[in-house]
Design a protein around this ligand. Structure first.
Ligand SMILES: [Mn+2]
Length: 452
């Protein structure tokens, strides 16, 4: 027991237990004494990060992972070893007051049990600098490596990355793999299934705990499809989100793991539309959506307007993330800190788009009446409302060529941009090349300025 006390000294010395709601080292954990537990805290301190904590030898050995864990084996995430935490921290969530160590909000992002890959024990792995763990959480399932890079002035920098274990393939069966869903291209349901498997690692974190609506084309895109908020006859293992709509509560599919995405792919759900907010705070959008709809305007005009929008946002100190709609439009997302309402966000979006429209009256308008737009680009702020959806990043669209709603770097938003080049066939290699350009939309936290 003495050993634990020593290991928690740093934890104790950094905190004032009269001022922070965090547990003191003496607090007993409520955990069951079965397999060792892990937790991941989402910690909105000065920098948003994720704290991975593994129960080893009676304490929670901890790493701060600025970008959070990735399901992509090629994405090696920096994990800075921090002080050991008491086991009772595994139940903690709350707000650490500003000015205290780690001031900011702490949420339980994931928890579960884990095993260490034999023959090494967890302690030996910590010592040697290579620990391989299989996590059984709600969000994280499968094998991850933790590898120590170097120790500098007592600071240990590790890398956290996914092992290639094929973990998430079991439950989602593919039926009728040969059925052609994109007749002009000959793309089959197996192609769609393989596509969603290839992007699952970047798409699942976006969709987890977020209400979605799906468009399904069981007979392929040459025949009528249908749009659904809820999908009938889900298997037991698919998690559902009970979401209050105006007149009723609807169970939405929770795409919180790769198997669920693949199950949807097998239902010919080609296109996924997502809310801007996620549970448990459905009234607080994660981003502002600017929807630029080209009308009968040219693509060059759309680019001009998108860049004007970006410039205006930059003047306000806001960074933004563009993506193609997968059709002809562009979406520009401004990632937000918690605490904004849909009303705030819509008002802000409308105001900014009016400014952009007034600067380019011949090209673009916020006019909602199609007749009065006269073919100009429609600057749409109205997607910023509870229950409204935008197409999810990496979602396929039901058009010839199987284009994808593709996250972009702003440097790609030029007249040379060709949205159709991003499709079912090209997207996986693009992802390997440029990484997940949607990540800032989930990770950056910004507050909207007051406009006068
Ligand atoms: Mn932290």
């Amino acid at each position: 027991m003495k050993r634990h006390a020593t290991s928690l000294d740093r934890y104790r010395h950094k905190r004032h237990f009269r001022r922070t709601p965090e547990p003191s080292p003496e607090r007993r954990a409520r955990w069951r004494p079965d397999a060792p537990h892990f937790v991941v805290h989402e910690h909105a301190a000065t920098q948003l990060h994720y704290d991975l904590r593994l129960e080893i030898n009676g304490v929670l050995v901890s790493w701060a992972v600025p970008k959070g864990p990735s399901y992509m084996p090629s994405e090696k995430r920096l994990a800075v070893r921090t002080e050991d935490h008491p086991l009772a921290y595994g139940d903690f969530q709350g707000t650490i007051p500003e000015g205290e160590y780690g001031g900011g909000e702490v949420l339980l992002w994931d928890r579960g049990t884990f095993e260490v890959e034999p023959p090494a024990t967890a302690e030996e792995g910590l010592e040697s600098g290579h620990l391989t763990v299989t996590l059984h959480g709600q969000k994280l399932e499968g094998k991850w490596h933790l590898v120590r890079m170097r120790v500098q002035r007592g600071k240990e920098n590790w890398l956290l990355f996914k092992a290639r274990d094929g973990q998430e393939r079991g439950k989602a069966m593919l039926t009728h793999p040969e059925r052609v869903l994109f007749p002009a291209d000959g793309f089959t349901k197996k192609d769609v299934f393989d596509y969603y498997r290839a992007v699952a690692d970047v798409l699942v974190p976006v969709l987890a705990d977020r209400p979605i609506a799906v468009q399904q084309w069981p007979e392929g895109i040459g025949r009528p499809g249908f749009f659904r908020q809820k999908v009938a006859h889900t298997p037991d293992w698919v998690r559902l989100l009970e979401v209050k709509h105006q007149t009723r509560t609807i169970p939405h599919i929770n795409v919180d793991r790769p198997e669920t995405l693949l199950w949807l792919a097998n239902q010919s759900a080609l296109t996924l539309h997502m809310w801007s907010s996620h549970l448990p705070r459905l009234s607080e959008p994660d981003w502002v959506v600017f929807d630029l709809d080209p009308g009968t305007g040219t693509f060059d005009e759309l680019i001009t307007v998108a860049l004007a929008l970006r410039e205006r946002l930059e003047e306000l100190g806001l960074s933004s993330a563009p993506k193609t709609s997968g059709k002809r439009g562009l979406h520009v997302l401004v990632p937000l800190a918690r605490g904004h309402t849909y009303v705030d966000v819509r008002r802000f979006a409308l105001r900014i788009l009016q400014e952009v429209g007034e600067a380019h009256p011949e090209l673009a308008t916020t006019e909602r009446s199609i007749r009065k737009r006269h073919g100009r680009i429609y600057l749409d702020a109205m997607q910023n409302a509870r229950g409204k959806t935008v197409v999810a990043p990496y979602s396929l669209r039901a058009l010839d060529g199987a284009p994808v709603s593709t996250p972009l770097g702003w440097s790609e938003v030029t007249r040379r941009l060709r949205p159709a080049h991003f499709n079912l066939k090209t997207m996986p290699s693009r992802l390997e090349r440029v990484g997940d350009l949607f990540a800032p939309a989930l990770g950056v936290r910004q507050s909207l300025p007051r406009l006068h």
